[in-house]
Design a protein around this ligand. Structure first.
Ligand SMILES: [Zn+2]
Length: 204
């Protein structure tokens, strides 16, 4: 069945009574940008494929596989019109790296190691679902940025640890110091000192 672009658009907008349309995932490089449009065949209530795709970002309709479709993909990306939540940002990368360094206790100077950075950049380029290049170098955070993010997370943890130790503080004479990165680079240190009362046999 042949549908015109105009008709497909109308069905999608709900302007054609009792005919429904649906958007179906496509496979390949354009999967993150376009969905294929299928239209309900009123007689059989089955959905049939059309030759059209819709941009998930701006809802423009294009003939599938055409030059205009490819051109639009590039343009829509370049305008950064792709929803921000879908695109990987520097903050996302920082968050992921901060988690890695928090879990592994690996030193942050890894971030200054060119091989490690290259690995991250290579990984960032994978799974983009598109041939469009991302400037992975520009979204790789510096060691300082990751450290800053780690510190933020640790401040929260420190508050939790403080709460955990509170009963001990109240019951016996204990004092502690929590430190990240000042005394020992890249490590969270907890130092406790406490006093215990001891009664000798003679009662002193
Ligand atoms: Zn678009």
């Amino acid at each position: 069945m042949e549908f015109t672009k105009e008709y497909v658009g109308k069905v999608l907008n709900g302007e054609v009574e009792s005919v429904r349309a649906r958007k179906v995932e496509i496979i390949g490089k354009m999967a993150s940008i376009f969905k294929k449009i299928e239209i309900e065949d009123v007689g059989s209530s089955k959905f049939v494929a059309t030759n059209f795709v819709i941009c998930v970002n701006c809802n423009k309709i294009y003939a599938e596989g055409g030059g205009k479709m490819r051109k639009h993909a590039a343009m829509c990306r370049n305008k950064e019109a792709v929803s921000k939540s879908a695109a990987t940002t520097k903050a996302d990368v920082t968050e992921a790296l901060a988690k890695y360094f928090a879990r592994s206790a690996k030193p942050l100077n890894f971030l200054e190691c060119s091989e490690f950075r290259k690995l991250c950049e290579d990984l960032l380029t994978l799974g983009q679902g598109t041939s469009l290049e991302i400037d992975s170098k520009s979204i790789m955070p510096s060691r300082k940025t990751v450290k800053h993010r780690l510190m933020e997370g640790l401040e929260l943890e420190i508050e939790n640890i403080k709460k955990m130790l509170e009963p001990a503080v109240k019951s016996i004479s204990i004092s502690f110091m929590l430190d990240f990165g000042k005394c020992h680079d890249n490590f969270l240190a907890i130092k406790c000192s406490y006093l215990m009362e001891h009664t000798n046999e003679n009662g002193t």
